[in-house]
Design a protein around this ligand. Structure first.
Ligand code: FE2
Ligand code: FE2
Length: 271
């Protein structure tokens, strides 16, 4: 029996091991796009009950952010810690993109919405594997260090609000990635670690797309409900994101992703 897209999402979410999760994610993405191109039997969106928390491997140990040891990026250990943190973010992102598909499958959306998040999930899967490869080249592996425990909070907080999910996950958290990645690339360029530079450059380019998908579908939903996107974005970020936004911003890449300055600057200050 062919699984629906929502069932595929739940299969990914309930797979614990990172390599197994991303392999499944990539094979479902391939099946989805083959079906969309008419090269295989159609896959319906369907519906499913995603778990409140995705399955995760036993390692890394998850610690509250203040207990995660601070990284000094100038050292070998610091660079490994940086790659480990990115691997953890990427694995979380795989689950976030499949979760948006399964969690909100009852909201009628154009097929392009599903295409975008399947593509994003596929790219995050590739990013996780790229980071694992970099860690292994430096003699480490994903799971060797403790990682941040709070990553799923945004998903829990916005589990019943698709616009809230789009505002906080792609348009705040993934947009933040655009702000910080250029400095990270510099750290590895200075250390002449070419494979990490290349991997992070791939991530940087593809993440612009994920933020753009967020902005596109957020604006679509605002238009469908005839509400003001900027006001709505501010209200949702203040409701679901428990902090102000931190400059400096990557204004160029944010613009490329469809997020203008008047969306984020007012959120640098508490209300
Ligand atoms: Fe990514
Ligand atoms: Fe992403």
């Amino acid at each position: 029996m062919t699984l629906s897209l929502a069932q595929m999402a739940v299969e990914v979410l309930t797979t614990a091991d990172g390599r197994a999760k991303t392999e499944l994610s990539r094979s479902y993405a391939k099946a989805w796009f083959a079906a969309r191109a008419g090269q295989a039997e159609a896959i319906e969106i369907g519906s499913a009950s995603p778990p409140m928390h995705p399955a995760r491997p036993d390692k890394p140990e998850l610690l509250s952010p203040r207990d995660v040891p601070r990284r000094r990026p100038g050292s070998e250990k610091g660079r490994i810690a940086l790659l480990h943190a990115v691997a953890h973010i990427e694995l979380n992102a795989v689950d976030l993109h499949w979760d948006i598909i399964a969690r909100f499958s009852e909201v009628p959306m154009p097929m392009g919405f599903f295409d975008d998040w399947v593509k994003a999930a596929d790219e995050e899967s590739k990013h996780f594997n790229l980071m694992c490869g970099c860690l292994e080249e430096l003699g480490s592996f994903y799971g060797a260090l403790p990682a941040h425990a709070g990553m799923w909070r945004a998903a829990e907080d916005t589990a019943k609000d698709l616009m809230g999910r789009l505002a906080v996950v792609p348009m705040v958290l993934e947009a933040r990635g655009l702000d910080v990645t250029p400095n990270m690339i510099e750290v590895f360029r200075k250390a002449n670690i070419d494979h990490a530079v290349k991997a992070l450059e791939t991530i940087y380019v593809e993440e612009v797309g994920h933020v753009a998908y967020g902005s596109k579908w957020f604006h679509f939903l605002c238009g469908r409900e005839d509400i003001d996107p900027k006001e709505t974005f501010h209200a949702l970020v203040r409701r679901y994101f428990h902090s102000t936004l931190k400059p400096p911003f990557n204004e160029e890449k944010r613009a490329e992703a469809g997020i203008p300055p008047d969306f984020y600057w007012p959120l640098t200050e508490a209300e």
